[in-house]
Design a protein around this ligand. Structure first.
Ligand SMILES: *[C@@H]1O[C@H](CO)[C@@H](O)[C@H](O)[C@H]1NC(C)=O
Ligand SMILES: *[C@@H]1O[C@H](CO)[C@@H](O)[C@H](O)[C@H]1NC(C)=O
Ligand SMILES: *[C@@H]1O[C@H](CO)[C@@H](O)[C@H](O)[C@H]1NC(C)=O
Ligand SMILES: *[C@@H]1O[C@H](CO)[C@@H](O)[C@H](O)[C@H]1NC(C)=O
Ligand SMILES: *[C@@H]1O[C@H](CO)[C@@H](O)[C@H](O)[C@H]1NC(C)=O
Ligand SMILES: *[C@@H]1O[C@H](CO)[C@@H](O)[C@H](O)[C@H]1NC(C)=O
Ligand SMILES: *[C@@H]1O[C@H](CO)[C@@H](O)[C@H](O)[C@H]1NC(C)=O
Ligand SMILES: *[C@@H]1O[C@H](CO)[C@@H](O)[C@H](O)[C@H]1NC(C)=O
Ligand SMILES: *[C@@H]1O[C@H](CO)[C@@H](O)[C@H](O)[C@H]1NC(C)=O
Ligand SMILES: [Ca+2]
Length: 565
C-alpha cells in the first residue's frame, strides 16, 4: 500500500517536473521604436533587422495604432485597450499621461503584470510614457508594476542628457557618446540582462528606443550616412489637401524652400538614428543565439505611430488620421513563424498585449478582457491554409510602377520588390520579383478604430496672432500641427473586397472625411459628399459602435461582416 502510494506520488511528481520543462513558455522581446513610419520607407535603413527579423519571420502589411501620438498609443500597447477605455488622451498628465490616475487604474492591468504573475522575468529599458518620472507623478521612485528589471527614461525621447529610473533610483547621463547615447545604453543593458537569465524561467524584454523621434540625434559614426537622400516625393507630397479638414486646409502650398530643406534634413537624420537601432537588433539576436534561447524567443518589432514629411503640405509630425501617421511596421520572428512571409491581415497595437499573454499560456478568459485580440494563430502556420507563391501575379494592371512603394506592380501585373531606390530622383532603379509567401486573408478582423484628441496650448512662441486660439505646435512659417478641433474618431476597414476609411471630426463643422483606399490609396479624394448614403450610414454606425466597445464587444464589432459593395 505504502509502496503504491509512494509510486503514484513519484509518478505525479515526475509528471510535474517533466511537464514543467515541457511547457516552459517561449521568451518574448518587444522592440518599440518612436515615430517610425511605413509610408516613408521607415524600415529601409535597417538591413540587419530585415535579415534577422523580417526575413526570419513574418512582416505585417496592415498594422495600425489606436492613436497617432506617443502617450495614448503607448498606453494602448501596454493595456491592450482603446483610448476610450484607458482614458490616456494626450501627452500631458492632465490628459492622464503617466498620471496618478493612470497609476491607480489602467497601469495595474498592463501586460507585464500578467506575465510576471505567470512566471516571466520582465525587463524594460528606454522611453515609457512621456510624463514618466515627473515629480507630480511620483518621480523616478515610481516603478510601474509588472517589471522586475526597470530602466525607464524620465520624460520624452532624447539621445543625451537624460535621467533613467533604474529600479527607482535616478541614473544621470550626460553627452559622452561611449557612455550615454541612449539607444546604445538600452542595447548594453539588454545584453547584460540576457547574460543573467535562467534557462528555466521565461523572460519578457521591452526595448523602447528614442529613435527615430526628434531631436533626431544620430551616433557620431552615422552622421555622414544618407547625405545623398531626400524625403520621398510621394504622390501626396507638397500638394494641398482637397476637401480636407480645417487644419490641413491651413497649410501653405507649395511649401517654402526652407520648409522643404528642413523636411529633407529631418528625413536623413531620422534614418541615421535608426542605424543604431539596427545595431541593437543585431546585438540582441546574437546574444540570444549565444545563450541558446533564440529558437525559443518571439521577437516583435514595431513603432508607436507613423510620420509624415510634406504630405498634403503638412511639414512634419504625426497626429493625423491618414495612413502615413496611423500605420506602423510590424515584423515578428519566433518558434513556428514562417520565414520570409507576409501577412495582410488587419492587426492593431491593442492586439500586442493579448498576443503576449497567449504566448505566455495565460487563459482565454483573461485574454477576452482586452479590447485587442491575440494574433498568435496568424503567426504560426498550422491553423490556416496559406499559399506559397514564388511570384505574385496581380489582377490589376498598373502599367506605371508606383515608384513610391517598396513593392509595386509592373506592367505585366507582377509584384516586384524595389532593391535599389534613388531618393534624389524618387525612382526605383533596380528591382527583383517579390518572393515572399503571401497568406490569403482569413478575415481576422475587418476594422480598426483610431481615436485622437487634439492638443492645444495658450502660448504660441513666434506666432503671436495664434495665442489663445486653441492651437499648438506652430512653426515652419506658423503652420500649426495640432488644434483643439483636430479631435476625431476613425474606422478603417480592410477586407478582401473593400478598403474604406471613415473619420468624424469633433469640430464646429462636424467635418467628415471618407476614403476608398482601393481606388485611392493616397487618400486624395474625400468621397464624403459623393458616396452612397447606405455606405455612409453603415460606416458611421460602425464607428459609433466601436467607439463604445469594451473587451469582447470590441472583438465582435471589429469582425462584423461587411455587406456593402
Ligand atoms: C529570405 O529571402 C531572402 C531573399 O529575399 C533570402 O536571402 C533569405 O535567405 C531568406 N531567408 C530565409 C530564412 O528563408
Ligand atoms: C483620466 O483617467 C480617469 C480614470 O480612468 C478618468 O476617470 C478620467 O476621466 C481621465 N481624464 C481624462 C482627462 O480623460
Ligand atoms: C548636454 O548638457 C550640457 C550641459 O548643460 C550641454 O553643454 C550640452 O550641450 C548638452 N548636450 C547635448 C547633446 O544636448
Ligand atoms: C554608413 O556609412 C558608412 C561610411 O560611409 C558605411 O561604411 C556604412 O556602410 C553605412 N551604413 C549604412 C547602413 O548605410
Ligand atoms: C526654391 O527652390 C526652387 C527649386 O530648387 C527654386 O527654383 C526657387 O528659385 C527657390 N525659391 C526661392 C525663393 O529660393
Ligand atoms: C533549440 O535548439 C536547441 C539546440 O539546437 C534544441 O535542443 C532545442 O530543442 C531547440 N528548442 C526549440 C524550442 O526548438
Ligand atoms: C495591361 O496594360 C497593357 C498596356 O496598357 C495592355 O497591353 C494589356 O493588354 C493589359 N493587360 C490586361 C490583363 O488588362
Ligand atoms: C490634455 O487633456 C487635458 C484634459 O482634456 C486638457 O486639459 C489639456 O489641455 C490637454 N493638453 C494639451 C496640451 O492639449
Ligand atoms: C478649428 O479651430 C480653430 C482654432 O480655434 C478655429 O479658428 C477654426 O474655425 C476651427 N474650425 C472648425 C471647423 O472647427
Ligand atoms: Ca511616438
Amino acid at each position: 500500500m505504502a509502496t503504491v502510494l509512494l509510486m503514484s506520488m513519484f509518478v505525479i511528481f515526475a509528471n510535474i517536473v517533466v511537464g514543467a520543462i515541457a511547457v516552459k513558455p517561449p521568451n518574448i522581446v518587444l522592440i518599440l521604436t518612436d515615430d517610425q513610419d511605413v509610408a516613408l520607407f521607415g524600415q529601409y535603413p535597417m538591413p540587419k533587422t530585415k535579415q534577422l527579423i523580417a526575413d526570419a519571420g513574418m512582416t505585417f502589411t496592415n498594422m495600425f495604432v489606436s492613436s497617432p501620438l506617443c502617450c495614448p498609443s503607448r498606453s494602448s500597447i501596454l493595456t491592450g485597450q482603446f483610448v476610450h477605455n484607458h482614458m490616456v488622451t494626450n501627452n500631458s498628465q492632465s490628459g492622464n499621461c503617466s498620471s496618478t490616475s493612470w497609476q491607480s487604474s489602467a497601469e495595474k492591468k498592463t501586460f507585464p503584470v500578467y506575465l510576471q504573475a505567470n512566471g516571466y522575468k520582465t525587463f524594460f529599458a528606454g522611453k515609457y510614457l512621456n510624463e514618466y518620472g515627473s515629480p507630480q507623478a511620483g518621480g523616478v521612485a515610481h516603478v510601474p508594476p509588472g517589471w522586475d528589471d526597470w530602466n525607464g527614461l524620465v520624460g520624452n525621447s532624447v539621445y543625451y542628457n537624460y535621467t533613467l529610473s533604474v529600479q527607482g533610483q535616478a541614473e544621470s547621463h550626460g553627452d559622452n557618446y561611449q557612455q550615454d547615447y541612449l539607444t546604445d545604453v538600452i542595447h548594453r543593458k539588454a545584453v547584460n540582462f540576457l547574460n543573467s537569465v535562467s534557462s528555466r524561467k521565461p523572460f519578457f524584454m521591452m526595448l523602447s528606443t528614442p529613435a527615430c523621434h526628434q531631436p533626431f540625434t544620430s551616433a557620431p559614426q552615422y552622421l555622414q550616412n544618407f547625405t545623398d537622400r531626400r524625403a520621398p516625393r510621394t504622390k501626396h507630397f507638397n500638394i494641398h489637401g482637397k476637401d480636407k479638414h480645417w487644419l490641413v486646409e491651413k497649410t501653405i502650398t507649395p511649401m517654402p524652400n526652407d520648409t522643404i530643406e528642413l523636411i529633407d534634413d529631418f528625413f536623413r537624420n531620422r534614418w541615421r538614428t535608426l542605424l543604431s537601432v539596427d545595431d541593437m537588433v543585431e546585438g540582441v539576436v546574437n546574444k540570444l543565439k549565444a545563450i541558446g534561447e533564440l529558437n525559443n524567443t518571439y521577437i516583435f518589432f514595431t513603432s508607436d505611430n507613423g510620420y509624415h514629411l510634406g504630405q498634403f503640405s503638412l511639414p512634419y509630425d504625426k497626429r493625423q488620421f491618414y495612413d502615413f501617421d496611423i500605420q506602423v511596421p510590424l515584423m515578428v520572428r519566433g518558434p513556428g513563424v514562417k520565414t520570409n512571409s507576409t501577412c495582410q491581415e488587419l492587426v492593431m497595437s491593442v492586439d500586442l498585449a493579448p498576443t503576449f499573454l497567449n504566448i505566455g499560456k495565460i487563459g482565454q478568459s483573461t485574454l477576452d478582457n482586452f479590447d485587442g485580440m491575440t494574433f498568435l494563430n496568424l503567426l504560426t502556420t498550422s491553423h490556416f491554409p496559406y499559399s506559397d507563391v514564388k511570384e505574385i501575379k496581380s489582377t490589376s494592371n498598373n502599367s506605371s510602377p508606383d515608384v513610391t512603394d517598396s513593392y509595386f506592380i509592373d506592367d505585366q501585373g507582377f509584384v516586384k520588390e524595389c532593391s535599389s531606390w534613388d531618393a534624389a530622383r524618387a525612382l526605383c532603379v533596380s528591382w527583383h520579383a517579390a518572393k515572399r509567401t503571401v497568406r490569403h486573408t482569413i478575415g481576422f478582423r475587418e476594422s480598426v478604430l483610431i481615436e485622437y484628441f487634439g492638443e492645444h496650448v495658450n502660448d504660441i512662441p513666434g506666432c503671436p496672432s495664434y495665442e489663445n486660439q486653441g492651437l499648438s505646435q506652430c512653426d515652419t512659417h506658423c503652420v500649426c500641427r495640432d488644434s483643439w478641433n483636430n479631435t476625431y474618431g476613425c474606422i478603417r476597414y480592410e477586407t478582401q473586397q473593400n478598403s474604406y476609411k471613415y473619420c468624424a471630426l469633433q469640430d464646429t463643422d462636424n467635418f467628415v472625411e471618407v476614403y476608398d483606399l482601393r481606388a485611392d490609396p493616397y487618400e486624395l479624394i474625400n468621397i464624403a459628399k459623393t458616396a452612397s448614403p447606405d455606405l455612409l450610414t453603415k460606416l458611421s454606425q460602425d464607428l459609433a459602435d466601436l467607439s463604445m466597445c469594451a473587451g469582447e464587444t470590441c472583438h465582435k464589432k471589429s469582425s462584423s461582416s461587411f455587406n456593402i459593395n
